[in-house]
Design a protein around this ligand. Structure first.
Ligand SMILES: [Zn+2]
Length: 128
C-alpha cells in the first residue's frame, strides 16, 4: 500500500507542484481544496506518482516521465513505450485507480484518460 503525504517541504516536489497547479479542484468530489497527497511507486521499470484527494480519497496515477515532459521525446524509454502502445507522445495519461467515496462512476476505475479532460472538468467547476 502506498503511503500518501504532502510534499510541500521537500526540495524535490515536482509531482506535488504539478498536481496542485493542474487540478485545483477534485474532479471526483468537486472540493475546491483537494489538498492532494502524493505517493510514489516503481511500476514496470518506470516511476509513477499517485495522487489522492484528501476529501474523497480518489486516487489517480501518472507516470513521472509524463509529468516532467521527458516522455514527449520518443528517444526516452517512456516515450518509446508510449509509441509502442500507440499513445500520443504529448499527452499526459492519467490512470484512475479509485474514484473515491463521493463519485459513483464505477466504470472509470482502471481506465486511463488524457489529463486535459480532467483539467477542463475542474476549470468548468464540474465533476466527472
Ligand atoms: Zn475528491
Amino acid at each position: 500500500m502506498a503511503i500518501f503525504k504532502r510534499e510541500d517541504n521537500k526540495y524535490y516536489n515536482m509531482s506535488q507542484q504539478f498536481i496542485d497547479g493542474m487540478l485545483i479542484n477534485c474532479p471526483f468530489c468537486g472540493t475546491k481544496d483537494p489538498h492532494w497527497l502524493v505517493a510514489h511507486q516503481l511500476r514496470f521499470l518506470t516511476n509513477e506518482s499517485l495522487f489522492s484527494c484528501e476529501k474523497c480519497s480518489a486516487i489517480i496515477r501518472i507516470n513521472d516521465a509524463d509529468i516532467s515532459g521527458e516522455a514527449c521525446n520518443k528517444y526516452t524509454a517512456r516515450g518509446f513505450f508510449k509509441l509502442m502502445e500507440r499513445k500520443k507522445l504529448k499527452v499526459i495519461y492519467v490512470k484512475i485507480d479509485d474514484i473515491g467515496n463521493v463519485c459513483k462512476k464505477y466504470d472509470l476505475i482502471n481506465t486511463e484518460i488524457d489529463i486535459k479532460i480532467l483539467y477542463d472538468i475542474v476549470n468548468n467547476n464540474k465533476t466527472i
